[in-house]
Ligand binder design. Structure first.
Ligand code: PLP
Length: 433
């Protein structure tokens, strides 16, 4: 047994199996930039960025310094009663960063999940309506509200129902659903028809409070919503007085080569949830939204004792500084092009590499069998080989390689990691794994 295995053996006595999606016996000791080191001294290139929460990399010196400084001054006093300057100034900064030239307010939380719960609460509070529309394939979190919005694994809702009432799941216009020879236009028209169907039979549009969508579905497989569909959806919400909310928890802060995934659509949402990388992985989340919506509930409708924690807020300020100073959004776009070229070459070289979607340093690479259907077994082998070669990658939907390295990854680290991906592909091609 190595050290990792020893720690995991002890941990398994107290960790419920519902708390981890198991991959390999690896326990992380420390991280630096895009590199991770396990307790047994092995080095890995991180192509997962802690599930897109380490956009500034691991232990960025500026983020570390901000945390250390704030921790000596005030670790916490709940902003539910009294303000602290770090959190207060962060609210202003976040409101200014969110798209839309209108007054905004910001409700803070601890996890992406609670930010999406807030989306449900404020949409209902503002409109006085109950239905919330979300999309198949999406993952929005693990609290009761956000699980209800999510559609990625049966295990999430099994045995815990009933979930939240009046949440309607519409089919996401996932490019995998395109018919052979179907044009993009026809595809959007068909998906839009499917969206409209419930309103003709059982769903009263005047009772819909909000719509929540990811511009680019993250856990759904890194799949962008077609622009024409998003425009129709947004126009529909304007016509019917429905709150238009976007989840930027996975995709925000430069991941997709723009600051926000919704920037690809030139739409300013009424509400936007953020989390994960906002504070480089420190527990901090927020719902940013139009002032009139965010003023629709009374205290204490949405407070958490440890939300707005000044140490986390200091980490968030430093994270935003790093994103600006190191031009991480532009970096994501530039390096994303290198990765896109690489994976397109892989697609031409290996039949088992199917559709490749890349938006900045945000990629979904389908692994398919000879008949072009999802090949989960092949994906599992490739990921295991990558782990052996020192690259951390996981799958989405079983057969999609998830490519989300820290945005600070150096050109050299990126190229080294990609060459190991090619090595793993070659090994699979040659039946060596
Ligand atoms: N929304 C999206 C798009 C996510 O990807 C996630 C997490 O993976 C969440 C919400 C939930 O965030 P958290 O795990 O911080 O609660």
């Amino acid at each position: 047994m190595n050290k990792s295995q020893e720690i995991l053996a002890v941990e398994s006595e107290s960790l419920p199996s519902s708390s981890r999606i198991k991959y390999f016996d690896m326990v992380i000791d420390h991280g630096k930039g895009a590199l991770l080191y396990d307790v047994d001294g092995r080095e890995y290139i991180d192509f997962l960025a802690s599930a897109s929460s380490a956009n500034t990399g691991h232990c960025h010196p500026k983020v570390v310094a901000a945390i250390q400084k704030q921790a000596t001054q005030l670790i916490h006093y709940t902003p539910a009663y009294y303000a602290n300057p770090v959190n207060s100034s962060l609210l202003t900064r976040l409101a200014a960063l969110a798209p839309g030239d209108f007054p905004k307010k910001v409700a803070v939380g601890i996890s992406g999940s609670d930010a999406n719960d807030a989306m449900i609460k404020f949409s209902r509070g503002y409109t006085g309506r109950s239905y919330i529309i979300c999309f198949t394939g999406a993952y929005h979190g693990s609290t009761y509200g956000s699980i209800t919005l999510s559609n990625v694994s049966l295990n999430m809702s099994r045995k815990i129902g009933p979930l939240l009432p009046n949440v309607v799941k519409m089919p996401f216009p996932d490019s995998h659903k395109m018919l052979p020879n179907e044009s993009q236009e026809d595809f959007v028209a068909r998906m839009w028809q499917a969206f409209m169907e419930p309103f003709e039979t059982w769903l009263p549009v005047e009772e819909v409070a909000g719509v929540i969508i990811e511009g680019i579905q993250g856990d759904g497989g890194i799949i962008a919503c077609p622009k024409a569909y998003m425009e129709k959806l947004y126009a529909f919400t304007r016509t019917h007085g429905i709150v238009f909310a976007v989840d930027e928890i996975n995709q925000g802060f430069g991941r997709s080569g723009k600051m926000w995934a919704i920037d690809h659509f030139d739409i300013a949402p009424d509400l936007m949830s953020i989390g994960k990388s906002v504070a480089s992985g420190m527990p901090f989340s927020a719902l940013i939204g139009r002032t009139e919506i965010m003023e629709s509930l009374d205290a204490p409708a949405h407070v958490f004792t440890t939300a707005g924690n000044p140490v986390c807020a200091a980490a968030a300020h430093a994270t935003l500084d790093v994103i600006e100073e190191e031009k991480l959004v532009e970096r994501s776009e530039r390096l994303g092009k290198i990765a896109a070229r690489f994976f397109e070459r892989m697609q031409k070289t290996y039949d088992f590499v199917g559709d490749v979607r890349m938006y900045g340093l945000d990629g979904g690479i389908d692994i398919v069998s000879a008949d072009k259907t999802p090949d989960v077994a092949a994906t599992t082998k490739i990921i295991a080989e990558l782990f052996k070669l020192g690259v951390i990658m996981i799958s989405l939907r079983g057969n999609i390689l998830r490519f989300q390295p820290p945005l600070v990854i150096t050109d050299e680290q990126l190229n080294t990691g990609l060459s190991k991906v090619e090595q793993a592909f070659e090994a699979y091609q040659n039946n060596e794994i």
